[in-house]
Write a protein that binds this ligand. Structure first.
Ligand code: BG6
Ligand code: MG
Length: 213
């Protein structure tokens, strides 16, 4: 085995491509209330909790929203998002992700999820990964979302491993910052491959085999 005994995966944008559904659902809500929203603003929502995402979207609003109104907008977004998720199936897990996860597992690495999403368990179920991971740390067990390291620190705790023995896999700046703040090395996909704080820039998910094995 290499340097790491555990790997902690972000979910949205790493294991699966739910980002487009987050975008569609928020876009619908923003359009309904007449607030400008585009893909660039959407990029700032990666890794950030639902309510913090809404606050970022409402920066473009001409009026303030009460806490109750915000709850209602977040609920509306989540309902739209869940109905999009309901179309997902194990076919939405790419061969590359599936084979890489299996290779890491076969090599004896402990595997966990570290996601800000409160829909994590539902998504894992849709993908046929309900019982695959050794631990799941998500939006339901944290008080502070990325870039705070809490979600990863708790994932490592659930695995019974110190941060120094776990690698975090991320696609978002907030996630790479969270990993670094928690003392974790990180592997970055997409945009996250270009950040100075990323330990291992990756071109594709399968690169994890060369990093970990
Ligand atoms: C993260 C996404 O995984 O989960 C964010 O990158 C999202 O964009 C966050 O806001 C919270 O998701 P949920 O499913 O709890 O609304
Ligand atoms: Mg992500």
């Amino acid at each position: 085995m290499g340097k790491y005994q555990g790997v902690i995966f972000d979910l949205d944008g790493v294991i699966c491509f739910t980002d487009k559904y987050h975008y569609q659902a928020w876009k619908q809500v923003a359009d309904d209330i007449g607030v400008y929203f585009d893909e660039q603003i959407n990029n700032r929502l990666r890794g950030v909790s639902r309510m913090e995402s809404l606050d970022i979207i409402l920066e473009k609003s001409s009026r303030a929203y009460t806490a109750e109104e915000k709850e209602e907008l977040a609920r509306r977004k989540n309902d739209l998002y869940r109905s999009l998720l309901s179309n997902m199936s194990p076919a939405d897990l790419t061969q590359e992700v599936r084979q890489t996860l299996e290779a890491l597992r076969a090599a004896g690495l402990a595997l966990a999820i570290g996601s800000s999403s409160k829909n994590t368990r539902y998504i894992l179920e849709r993908l046929g990964l309900k019982d695959f991971f050794d631990a799941v740390s998500d939006g339901t067990n944290i008080q502070r979302s990325k870039p705070d390291p809490q979600v990863f620190t708790m994932a490592a705790e659930f695995l019974g491993l110190p941060a120094s023995q776990c690698l975090v896999v991320e696609d978002a700046e907030a996630g790479i910052r969270a990993a670094s703040a928690g003392g974790f090395d990180s592997a970055g996909l997409g945009e996250a491959s270009a950040f100075a704080l990323t330990t291992y820039p990756m071109k594709r998910f399968g690169d994890l085999q060369a990093i970990c094995l």
